[in-house]
Design a protein around this ligand. Structure first.
Ligand SMILES: N[C@@H](CCC(=O)N[C@@H](CS)C(=O)NCC(=O)O)C(=O)O
Length: 236
């Protein structure tokens, strides 16, 4: 029981789930993943501690969520190699960055990606570009030039952000959106993260990912036609 394999309930479209998959991969911990259909969510899953949302980590009789807590737990339980910086100020900076990311770029990209109402395209595009411009400014303020957010290997801020960059494949496929060329630091960070072996080894196959988004977008289109607003991101 004590050494059972951690189980991560996830959806491949979900960037939050991927953050924890990357954290486990970086620690060299093998996990079992169980895919949850968020449109036809099984009743038994709705009864779990997360209230039916993914990710949820189940291990040795415990249920742990949300993704930020899972990744803090992974760090505490398997300290090596460290995902958080050693320096307490840098650790605080990492946590601040993750909070900012969860309120800014993350919902901005999710809204843009999942939008099925063309009249909102421009507004959502502008919001996403604005969030990425802020990211460029924050990277500049950190003195970032290229590579990882902190140090010379993947850390928790990278694990948190990489899943968004992986899912930019959907932004390109459905909307022809790419990171503006003048945001050089954001582009460098994306390139470094997409090349990282832990990110690559945990990323869904692109065609499978796009097909899954296509399925969700069909559901959202039917809902929009019926005049139903479906929340797609934090704050909706
Ligand atoms: N704050 C949560 C967010 C998780 C979240 O939004 N998950 C979405 C999928 S990407 C979900 O499960 N949505 C369905 C629901 O909440 O019922 C975390 O960081 O884990």
């Amino acid at each position: 029981m004590d050494n059972e394999r951690p189980v991560l309930y996830r959806a491949i479209t979900c960037n939050f789930c991927h953050r924890s998959e990357i954290a486990f991969a970086a620690k060299g911990i093998e996990i079992e993943t169980i895919d949850i259909d968020l449109v036809r969510r099984p009743e038994w899953y709705g009864a779990k501690a997360s209230g039916g949302s993914v990710p949820l980590l189940e291990w040795n009789g415990h249920e742990i969520h949300p993704s930020t807590v899972i990744n803090e737990f992974v760090e505490e339980n398997w300290p090596e190699p460290a995902l958080f910086p050693d320096d307490p100020f840098e650790r605080a900076a990492a946590r601040s960055w993750i909070e900012w990311f969860n309120d800014g770029p993350c919902p901005a990209y999710e809204r843009r990606l999942m939008n099925v109402r063309p009249e909102r395209d421009e507004m959502l595009n502008d919001a996403l570009v604005g969030a990425l411009e802020e990211m460029e400014a924050k990277l500049t303020a950190r003195g970032y030039e290229s590579g990882y957010w902190h140090g010379d290997r993947l850390g928790v801020v990278d694990a948190t952000t990489a899943p968004m960059f992986v899912r930019f494949a959907g932004l390109w496929h459905f909307h022809g959106f790419d990171i503006p060329a003048d945001l050089g630091r954001v582009r460098s960070w994306r390139d470094a993260l997409l090349a990282d072996p832990h990110v690559r080894n945990t990323s869904p196959d692109e065609d499978t990912l796009l097909a899954a988004y296509e399925g969700y977008r069909k559901v959202l289109t039917r809902a929009a036609e019926a005049g139903i607003e479906v929340p797609v991101a934090k704050g909706d």
